[in-house]
Design a protein around this ligand. Sequence first.
Ligand code: AMP
Ligand code: MG
Length: 342
Amino acid sequence: MKTTIVVVDNLSTNKSSYTQAVDLLTKGELVAFPTETVYGLGAIATCEEAVAKIFEAKGRPQDNPLIVHIGSKEEIKAFTHDIPKLAEMCMDMFWPGPLTLILPLKTDTLAKNVTAGLQTVGVRIPEHTVALELLRLLKQPVAAPSANKSGKPSPTKAAHVYHDLEGKIPLILDGGTTGIGLESTVIDFVSEIPTILRPGGVTKEMLEKVIGQVREAKPTDHEEAPRAPGMKYAHYAPDSPVYLIEASIVKLQEAVEKIHSEQKKVAIIASESFNQVKVDYFFSLGKKNELNDAAHLLYQALRDCDETDVDIILVPVLSTEGVGTAIMNRLEKASNGKWYIG
Ligand code: AMP
Ligand code: MG
């Protein structure tokens, strides 16, 4: 299959590209499109065959459910029921935006493989012109996980999607680099106390201001069933191993020297404040303490490592304030919790 990339921004100048995307989706094909978080790989959520192509193209385990994307709030009534009041409040406050709500699923509405057989569904309205135009033209729910090969960092550029899925999907809508750069926050409204299954751009503090007490799921909470990404499977991992390390220039320089003495090459992914460390490759996460920039740059940096001959990747830990929680969550997965101890 030939994979076409078309540049899109607004509907009036790119009408034929949107029509092509809508036609492909309606026919049961896959289309990758930008959202404000990362690029998504979409299929019509009511069509089991179309959704099966997502798992096939990504090499995604079948028991890992997909997030359903819609263009307007009214659409959720078709496939959810008994929406809690607190969930309604979150939708009103954060949609369109990077917040996925887990809600009770109305049976026999969506294709079974979307929810991996669960009685719940994850849903959100993305805040991105291209995604919204597409969803509003289509007027149907679209199942869309991140448009990367399973296990790899999520794509923040059309080129990343092409790199991972070339030959496997017909169309990529190129809307430039995505804004946030990390996937949506996933919050479960089926559990008694609303529970964050995956941290993201909408933080616990932001949620608590609107709905009061919110829990954070521990990675061990759901070992038997992967209720949120990375809870069971490897995620966000470059080819070479990632190690976390204390955020100290001295510690980093010592680690690099030790690794060099073993004839190995090393990369550092860190804020510019660490760029004086003498290392083989340095991938910047922006200015010190600018966590939004770090979120925006993280997946590109992890992917950049795969373009080098590096043996080990070191990442000094970041603050867990605000979006830092989400960044460190992804780095814990990328490193599989490993710390460099020399
Ligand atoms: P991805 O699109 O790759 O970022 O993955 C979407 C993630 O959303 C999945 O891995 C799930 O963990 C989460 N998710 C989607 N639907 C549900 C659901 N019904 N219950 C719990 N988590 C879900
Ligand atoms: Mg993903």
